[in-house]
Design a protein around this ligand. Sequence first.
Ligand SMILES: Nc1ncnc2c1ncn2[C@@H]1O[C@H](COP(=O)(O)OP(=O)(O)OP(=O)(O)O)[C@@H](O)[C@H]1O
Ligand SMILES: [Mg+2]
Length: 291
Amino acid sequence: MTQENMSSPDPDAETENDTLVSPRPGSEAVNAGRGSGRKSDSRTVIESRNLDVYYGNDQALQNIDIAIPQNQVTAMIGPSGCGKSTFLRCINRMNDLIDSCRVDGDLFFEGKNVYDDDVDPVSLRRHIGMVFQAPNPFPKSIYDNVAYGLKVQGKTENVDEKVEQALKGAALWDEVKNRLDESGLELSGGQQQRLCIARAIAVDPEVILMDEPASALDPVATSQIEDLIDDLAEEYTVIIVTHNMQQAARISDKTAVFLTGGELVEFDDTQKIFENPQSQRVEDYITGKFG
Ligand SMILES: Nc1ncnc2c1ncn2[C@@H]1O[C@H](COP(=O)(O)OP(=O)(O)OP(=O)(O)O)[C@@H](O)[C@H]1O
Ligand SMILES: [Mg+2]
């Protein structure tokens, strides 16, 4: 199985483990939720401490400390090879699938260290879904693509309704409601990407990781995905890697800037990063002086 295919629920996993996550003492909402406004501080969902990642002897990430807030959009930007995808893959343990990859340090999801021995990566990926650069629908009908994760989890009740909800949530329903039996592969690229988002949200995750989800799409489809990301943040925590600086500025609440060498140089409110960064290196990067 390729990495891309691991974005969706694992067919080998027959059992659901909803007990993965125990609330972390002291992590209760401070000022959480859409009701209080997405721009305000909300509680931390993902947190890394002293995270180092190696591929063999090569270090890809150095000492990453970050706390990602709930129900906000966090963008990760930085030059090619600086470790953005590596960091994203740490969060739902996709790096486990790369033999040479080693992770040191801590990464918490809802206060639980995802690298603890008792964490089942397959369950973890149901809580933390992923959408990739290239849309990767299964060679199945539109309906079955979305229903797939529910089926794997043995959730057989109200499947039609849940499929409809997920497709509506992914802003695709109106375009496909009369062709649910057609293959997902017959959709356009932008529609396929929204189908993958529907597939990810059908199993009701808390976090959605997106690795350059719009970079293969035309401007119209890109703008649809951007609108969708904004809506998704009402219900989910969204972490998106993008090379498109304007996109990061448009859609995110927080921005993390990684630079060559696998360093997280700055992490702050998006407006601050783009208008008044603390680091000269970040300013140089976002103004296009290097990178
Ligand atoms: N499977 C792998 N095996 C060995 N080295 C890897 C692997 N994946 C990534 N790396 C290395 O780790 C470093 C970070 O790569 P990563 O893909 O995380 O960067 P990135 O910031 O996502 O880059 P891009 O913007 O090009 O996608 C690079 O030096 C890369 O060569
Ligand atoms: Mg990448």
